[in-house]
Design a protein around this ligand. Structure first.
Ligand SMILES: *Cc1c(COP(=O)(O)O)cnc(C)c1O
Length: 362
C-alpha cells in the first residue's frame, strides 16, 4: 500500500465482498430472488419522492417511526426504544462492537461463521477469538460454556441460523452461553424467517436478559438488500449504548421512508419465503442424492462439499453462468436457494461439472 501510514493491521488487506459479476444465475449472496411487485415498487418511489421535498433538512435522527414499525413487526411486546436500526445489520454489529468492544476487549464467536465478524473486530480495535463448532456445525453447550468462563470475552456473537452452514442454535445452548457470559451476547438472526417450523427465536429470551441482543436484517427474506436496513432488539439500556456511538443522521431520510413502505408490505415481500424454504430443502436432498455432503440448513442456502479442489468447481460452474460462493472450511461451497429456474440451472451445471470430472474434483 504505497507507503501510506495506514494502521499496521490494514496493510495488505483488501475490501470485503463476494465478486459482483454479471452472470445469468447469481446464487452467491443469499438474496431473495423475487423483486418487488410494480405496486410496491411504485409505493417505494412515491415515498422517496415525498422525502425529496424536504431533502434540504437533516433526517429524523433517532428514526423513531421506523423503529416503532420494526418493533411492531417483531412483536414479543417490543417497543421502539428497545429496537435499533442502521444501514444493514453489518452497521448494527459495528455499533455493538464500538459500544461494547474496543481496545483491550475481546469478541468471541463460534467458527466457522460469518466472515465479516473478524472485520468488525479489526475495525473497532477489538481482539478476535473463536471457539470451534462440532463437525456438524452445531455448538456443544458444555465446552462452549467452559470457553466463555475461561476466556471471559466482552462480546459474544452467535449466528443462528449460522452463515455459512445454515445451522440454527437451540435456545438452551444460547441460554447457557448467556448465563456464563460476563459481557454482552448478540444472536445474529439474519436468516430467521427461513427457519424450519418450530425453531424458536432468541427474541423469546430478551425479557430475561438485559445483556442479550438479537439482530435481524431486511436484506435476505425481506427482499430489501438494496434498501440497506438492519436492526436489533434488546433492552432499552443496550439500545441507548448504541445511540451513543452512531454517527449523527446515519439513516438517510430516503432509507427511513422506503424501509417503512417495505415493512407496511411485509406480507407481500415475505410471500416467497415458503417457496425458498421448499427449494432449499429440495436442493439439500438433491445434493445428498449426488453423493455429496450437504449441511442441514435453516437459512436460504446450503453448504455442500467436500471437494478436493473447490475453486475449480466454483470456476467450472461460473463458466456455465452459475455464480455461487467459495466460503466455509476447506472443501465446501455455498449455494443460495433461488427460483425453480435458478435451481434447475444450478443442478444442470453441477451435474455436468461432476459428470466429466468427478474423480478429480471429489
Ligand atoms: C447477510 C448477513 C447479514 C446482514 O447483512 P446486511 O448488512 O443487513 O445486509 C448479517 N449477518 C449474517 C450472518 C449474514 O449472512
Amino acid at each position: 500500500m504505497s507507503g501510506l501510514p495506514v494502521r499496521p493491521e490494514l496493510v495488505g488487506e483488501v475490501p470485503y465482498g463476494a465478486p459482483q459479476l454479471d452472470v445469468p444465475y447469481c446464487l452467491n449472496v443469499n438474496e431473495n430472488p423475487y423483486p418487488p411487485s410494480d405496486k410496491v415498487a411504485a409505493e417505494i418511489g412515491a415515498a422517496a419522492a415525498a422525502a425529496a421535498k424536504s431533502m434540504n433538512r437533516y433526517p429524523e435522527r433517532d428514526a423513531v417511526e421506523l423503529r416503532a414499525d420494526l418493533a411492531a413487526y417483531l412483536g414479543h411486546g417490543l417497543t421502539a426504544d428497545q429496537v435499533w436500526a442502521a444501514n444493514g445489520s453489518n452497521e448494527v454489529m459495528l455499533h455493538v462492537l464500538m459500544a461494547f468492544g474496543g481496545p483491550g476487549r475481546t469478541v468471541l464467536s463460534f467458527a466457522p461463521t460469518y466472515s465479516m465478524y473478524p472485520e468488525y473486530a479489526r475495525d473497532s480495535h477489538t481482539g478476535w477469538t473463536t471457539f470451534p463448532r462440532r463437525d456438524d456445525f452445531t455448538i456443544d453447550p458444555v465446552t462452549a460454556v467452559q470457553a466463555v468462563t475461561e476466556q471471559r470475552p466482552d462480546v459474544i456473537l452467535i449466528a443462528s441460523p449460522n452463515n455459512p452452514s445454515g445451522t440454527a442454535v437451540d435456545l438452551d445452548t444460547i441460554r447457557a452461553i448467556v448465563d456464563a457470559a460476563p459481557g454482552v451476547v448478540v444472536v445474529d438472526e439474519a436468516y430467521y424467517e427461513f427457519v424450519r417450523p418450530g425453531t424458536p427465536s432468541a427474541l423469546e429470551l430478551l425479557p430475561d436478559y438485559p445483556r442479550l441482543a438479537v439482530t435481524r436484517t431486511m436484506s435476505k427474506a425481506f427482499a430489501f438488500a438494496g434498501g440497506r436496513l438492519g436492526y436489533l432488539a434488546a433492552s432499552r439500556e443496550f439500545v441507548d449504548a448504541l445511540r451513543v456511538v452512531r454517527l449523527p443522521y446515519h439513516l438517510s431520510a430516503v432509507t427511513q421512508a422506503v424501509a417503512r413502505v417495505a415493512l407496511a408490505n411485509a406480507d407481500e415481500l415475505l410471500a416467497a419465503v415458503d417457496k425458498l424454504r421448499a427449494n432449499r430443502d429440495a436442493l439439500a436432498a438433491w445434493l445428498a442424492d449426488q453423493g455429496l455432503q450437504a449441511a442441514d440448513s435453516d437459512a436460504n442456502f446450503v453448504l455442500f462439499g467436500r471437494f478436493a479442489d473447490r475453486q475449480a468447481v466454483w470456476q467450472a460452474l461460473l463458466d456455465k453462468g452459475v455464480l455461487i460462493r467459495v466460503v466455509g472450511p476447506e472443501g465446501w461451497l455455498r449455494v443460495s436457494a433461488g427460483t425453480d429456474e435458478e435451481m434447475a440451472a444450478f443442478k444442470a451445471a453441477l451435474t455436468s461439472v461432476l459428470g466429466t470430472e468427478k474423480g478429480r474434483l471429489l
